[in-house]
Design a binder for this molecule. Structure first.
Ligand SMILES: [Zn+2]
Length: 195
């Protein structure tokens, strides 16, 4: 009887030890994932459909930035004022997208923003669900690029919805967020060179 008992308890000990080891491994993996954000962006009140559309648009945005940077690199004289700055802003914005955002969806018909974010600080991007017809891959990916460049120091000195990018009295075209949204929608062009 005694021998059987000892044998059982030893088995239980080994089983328990195995489980604890797996549990520690699981905790380590979970902690790694939550601190490194490899699971992607997070969402608040966006719903499954909109969240999935945003996730897809982030992938498109990352690819679009690759394309824009290689055009800037290959097609233009690197000494043109703003080229190097715009490459740096795009690389920075791509990094911000890769490191994931926290999208907070709201339905605010009285407000006219589609997406907005604080300059430089934090990971939060507000999304206005009221603009239902803007939730397509082109508009979403372009807007995400616009917002991501805000985290890299761009401003809203001008919008280029009806005209092509240009500098304002105070700000160079390469430091205006809508330059990059325009490029994402219409292709890269450089003010006073080819747009
Ligand atoms: Zn903006």
């Amino acid at each position: 009887m005694k021998l059987v008992y000892r044998c059982n308890s030893q088995n239980e000990f080994h089983k328990k030890g195995f489980k604890v080891k797996n549990f520690i491994k699981l905790i380590t993996i979970t902690t790694y994932l939550s601190t490194h954000n490899v699971m992607g962006s997070s969402f608040d009140s966006c719903g499954d459909t909109v969240s999935q559309k945003i996730i897809n648009a982030e992938t498109v945005a990352i690819e679009k930035i690759d394309e824009m940077v290689s055009i800037l690199d290959d097609k233009y004289n690197p000494n043109i004022d703003g080229i190097q700055n715009s490459i740096e802003i795009l690389m920075c914005a791509q990094n911000k997208i890769r490191n994931s955002f926290h999208f907070v969806c709201k339905n605010e018909p009285e407000k006219n923003y589609f997406m907005r974010t604080l300059p430089l600080i934090g990971k939060e991007i507000l999304v206005n669900l009221n603009f239902k017809k803007l939730f397509n891959p082109l508009n979403l990916s372009s807007a995400i690029i616009h917002e991501a460049t805000h985290k890299c120091g761009t401003n809203d000195a001008a919008y280029f919805r009806t005209s092509s990018p240009k500098s304002t009295r105070l700000f160079h075209w390469s430091s205006i967020a809508d330059t990059y949204e325009y490029w994402a929608k219409n292709g890269v062009c450089i003010p006073d060179v080819d747009c």
